[in-house]
Design a protein around this ligand. Structure first.
Ligand code: MV4
Length: 504
């Protein structure tokens, strides 16, 4: 096993990766930008290396700087987390070239799945069900001709795409030419690649993905599904497992297809096969994510498997520590993404200092937080503060626990989407397990919070206590004053967290 690993990320995922390493006796090296000198991940790692200014392009995206830090600090491996360099095949190749292990798939597997059309070609060969489409040529004339036999409505997609960029729904033949042109322009701007292809458009699908894991000895398993239909503008908000829409037979078929898909590209380490499920419960391969995903904790909750520890094991060349038959789903898990954003104002990020964050604590409740009391929500980075994960015996139990946890998650100083999340999980359509990918736009288009979740008195108290803490450091006359307030290990700081009753 590795002795020392560099964590090439920040925020909650960096903290989560460091914790897994610590539990396995692996030393960690954090990298941090000038904006993250006081960040939790910087403090928790055994060592920390400053890699540049706040802008990601000058810090967390500088692959060569990060590799150099790993070599200089004597690391054997780099974990990229999600986002930033995690799906950059050139970075993975450079890590390997530097004599280090990239904790993730090979650059070859990343490239095979990175292009959506290359992935579709590989999946067709492997016999994985796919949305009917046309990608044999990328010339406008051929696409126009192919559209007639595919039928309408159809979807124009970017070959280099993902995440909905360069995507156009076309309802009528006469609209296709314009859509091709504007999709090409958007794809060129977003990916530097204007190649596009066509797919039949599925109305109101469900988004169900399967977690897969492969080792370097030819073993590939799946760890069941996550349903991610509750999203807003291609940003996932709530994920759950098991999916309310899968039957045992469908689950088995999709799991087998996911393993087949991963095998087709000799996949190693953790990955996710995304599917769409239509109203008739047909399923179709959509794309593969070649990284550990944000929502991985719900899979951990129902399988009892620590995915990051498994990633470290297989990256070090060990066989998967579990067989397919040993992986089972137990109970139900839900994740809500807590964002510092204002649902009442176009979901704009709410930047500034978090005066107080009081996270819910209880059996079956897990909070993976990157931004907590004293931290700053910055424009440079994703405004996701934390992931709130609950586990229950069944879906009703998990839903009740999530409502409780959201009601007891108190954040002062920035606005959050917590009231919005509560409204979403309490909506009858979500409660019935019937939410499609169109659920949020259909039912929450102009949603406004019914109450102000933060009483003025609480804000004043938090601001005052923040002010007093600052003065106490200068005065240095009590034990709490002796330690710097930025120190996350300062027990005096933890002890004065307070709870507020909330009214609905
Ligand atoms: C689709 C689709 C319907 N039919 N493909 C959106 C992002 C990109 N990764 C693929 N996406 C979709 N592809 C066909 N043939 C609907 C979507 C889609 C979607 C997919 C997953 C999760 C959320 C979504 C929201 C809107 C549209």
């Amino acid at each position: 096993m590795f002795e020392k690993v560099l964590i090439a990320n920040r925020g909650e995922i960096a903290v989560r990766l460091i914790r897994a390493c610590q539990e396995m006796g692996i030393r960690t090296v954090a990298v941090y930008s000038e904006a993250d000198a006081q960040a939790l991940h910087t403090a928790l790692a055994d060592e920390a290396v400053l890699i540049g200014p706040p802008a990601p392009g000058q810090s967390y995206l500088r692959g060569n700087t990060i590799i150099q830090a790993a070599v200089e600090r004597g690391c054997q491996a780099i974990h990229p987390g999600y986002g930033f360099l995690s799906e950059n095949a050139d970075f993975a190749a450079a890590v390997r070239k530097a004599g280090l292990v990239f904790i993730g798939p090979t650059p070859e597997a990343m490239r095979a799945m990175g292009s959506k059309t290359a992935a579709r070609a590989a999946m067709r060969t492997a016999g994985v069900p796919m949305v009917p489409g046309y990608q044999e040529s990328t010339a406008d004339a051929d696409l126009l001709a192919a559209a007639d036999s595919l039928g309408f409505p159809l979807l124009v997609k970017a070959a280099a795409g993902g995440g909905g960029k360069g995507m156009r729904i076309v309802a009528r033949p006469q609209d296709l030419a314009d859509a091709l042109q504007s999709a090409r322009r958007e794809a060129q701007n977003a990916f530097g690649d204007d190649r596009i292809y066509l797919e039949k458009y599925l109305a109101e699908p469900r988004h169900v993905e399967f977690q897969v894991m492969g080792d370097q000895h030819g073993n590939v398993v799946h760890l069941f599904e996550r349903e991610c239909s509750v999203q807003r503008r291609h940003q996932k908000i709530i994920e759950e497992t098991p999916s309310p829409v899968l039957t045992p037979a469908l689950r088995a078929a999709m799991g087998a297809a996911a393993v087949q898909a991963a095998r087709a590209v000799n996949y190693t380490n953790a990955g996710t096969i995304e599917f769409l499920v239509d109203r008739e419960r047909n399923f179709y391969f959509l794309e593969m994510n070649t990284r550990l995903q944000v929502e991985h904790p719900i899979t951990e909750a129902v399988t009892g498997i620590d995915l990051v520890k498994a990633q470290l094991l297989v990256a070090a060349g060990e066989p998967l520590p579990f067989s397919q038959a040993q992986i089972t789903q137990r109970g139900h898990a839900i994740e809500c993404r807590i964002y510092a954003e204002d649902p009442a104002n176009h979901f704009l990020p709410s930047i500034g200092k978090v005066l107080r964050a009081v996270e819910p604590v209880g059996p079956g409740v897990r909070v993976d937080a990157g931004i907590s009391t004293g931290a700053e929500v910055m424009l440079h980075y994703d405004p996701m503060m934390a992931k709130l994960i609950v586990w229950g015996q069944n879906r009703a139990d998990a839903l009740g626990k999530m409502a409780w946890a959201l009601e007891h998650y108190i954040v002062l100083g920035v606005t959050t989407n917590i009231p919005f999340l509560l409204a979403v999980i309490q909506h009858p359509v979500f409660q019935a397990g019937e939410a499609t990918t169109h659920f949020v736009e259909e039912h929450f288009a102009d949603w406004q919070p019914a109450y102000d979740p933060v009483p003025d008195e609480a804000l004043i108290a938090a601001a005052l206590s923040d002010l007093l803490e600052g003065q106490a450091v200068v005065g240095a006359s009590s034990p709490s004053a002796a330690a710097p307030t930025g120190d996350p290990f300062n027990p005096w700081r933890q002890a004065d967290h307070f709870r507020l009753g909330r009214s609905r």
